[in-house]
Write a protein that binds this ligand. Structure first.
Ligand code: P1T
Length: 379
């Protein structure tokens, strides 16, 4: 079946007891057993819950993996994946990541004996040089938050596999509608479902999808043992959001392209990071491995003062962290999403004090452009 059909139907057969067309919110912690050891497949909601199970099956189908796991947040999903590894293991991570991911690696997981190297995975030669005999994982976001750098997923997968390591891809910015990392050779796909999968800015969640049965068994064990599961209500909100993922993403993409083109021509804007622009250094790779470019854009205003003026002058775009909702959000990576990346590291990467990020929503794009035009006039 096609993507939209799967998004609407997989895991969502009519409720067997009532015929309800929508999977109910099974707001229950436990399940009554007929006799010792005899139950209907559910024992306790940390272990499994029918609403969460529906979402997990659905997301697995959309990403093309056999196993899906829903977590309490994107960070909880990333943390669960990292606990597949053990003290002494080495992980190579892309140098540009969501600031919270970098914070988890550097300020939590390092204390448990995992070791990290950071490299520019847009240039895989650099990542290749970072491999050690104990390297177990190559971890990338593509496109990256907020600089929209792109890693060649197929090449990164063969590089990792040549060194006996796995490849994990955070697919939050593209969603499975535009990019399917497992089909390109990745072993693990991660999401902050808070973003496009939910799509309506009304829930925090995370997901992991993979295809390998041994890894799947272990992650299922970790999900239950560590317990950072997504609740039934939040699972239901993501299920509901995913039904319109295809139409939303296609409108996000159209609006994203129009806003990026507007910004690229604007005299007050110095540099626009958007993979759909032919000037993006990896535009050709983006066309090859993604079927759209999405709606995340960052651009350079030249200084903190200019960035502040833009962020203060917008009326329709909302100044807020997060992304991927139907409404347009605008933010300042250096002091918001990437504040936990040390200033010198931010500067080295290009996350300057003048960088502004937009998550382009699906409002009428003329209204968004008029708002940005008005805001940029204050610079
Ligand atoms: O916020 P949470 O659901 O825990 O997801 C963390 C996360 C993981 N991966 C990527 C690529 C992300 O962008 C995020 C969260 N990002 C933001 C809140 C933000 O505004 O960029």
């Amino acid at each position: 079946m096609g993507f939209s059909t799967d998004a609407i139907h997989v895991g969502q057969e009519p409720d067997p007891t009532t015929g309800a067309i929508i999977v109910p919110i099974y707001q229950t912690s436990t399940y009554v057993q007929e006799e010792l050891g005899k139950h209907k497949g559910y024992e306790y909601s940390r272990t499994s819950n029918p609403t969460r199970a529906a979402l997990e099956r659905n997301l697995a189908a959309l990403e093309g993996g056999r196993f899906g796991f829903a977590f309490a947040s994107g960070m909880a999903a990333i943390n669960a994946v990292m606990t597949l590894f053990k003290a002494g293991d080495h992980i190579i991570s892309a140098h540009n990541l969501y600031g919270g991911t970098f914070r988890l690696f550097e300020r939590v997981l390092k204390d448990f004996g995992l070791t990290f190297s950071y490299s520019d995975t847009a240039r895989l030669g650099q990542a290749e040089a970072a491999f050690q005999p104990n390297t177990r994982l190559l971890y990338v976001e593509t496109p990256t938050n907020p600089l929209m750098e792109i890693t060649d997923i197929a090449a990164a997968a063969s590089l990792a596999h040549r060194h006996g390591a796995l490849l994990a891809v955070d697919n939050t910015f593209m969603s499975p509608y535009f990019q399917r990392p497992l089909a390109l050779g990745a072993d693990i796909v991660l999401h902050s479902t808070t973003k496009y999968l939910n799509g309506h800015s009304d829930g925090v969640g995370g997901a992991v999808i993979l295809d390998d049965a041994r890894l799947g068994d272990r992650l299922k064990f970790i999900q239950n043992a560590a317990g950072a599961v997504l609740g039934p209500m939040d699972s239901w909100l993501v299920l509901r959001g995913v039904k319109t993922l295809a139409v939303r993403m296609s409108q996000h993409n159209e609006n994203g392209m129009a806003v990026a083109e507007f910004l690229a021509k604007h005299p007050k804007v110095k540099n626009v990071h958007y993979p759909g622009l032919p000037a993006h250094p990896q535009h050709a790779l983006a066309r090859k491995q993604m079927s759209g470019f999405g709606a995340m854009i960052s651009f350079e205003t030249g200084s903190l003062e200019n960035a502040k003026k833009v962020l203060k002058s917008v009326r329709l775009c909302s100044l807020a962290e997060s992304l991927g909702g139907v409404e347009t959000l605008i933010s300042h990576p250096a002091t918001m999403t990437h504040a936990s990346v040390p200033p010198e590291e931010r500067r080295r990467l290009g996350i300057t004090d003048g960088l502004v990020r937009i998550s382009v929503g699906i409002e009428d794009v003329e209204d968004l452009i008029a708002d940005l035009d008005h805001a940029l006039a204050s610079v």
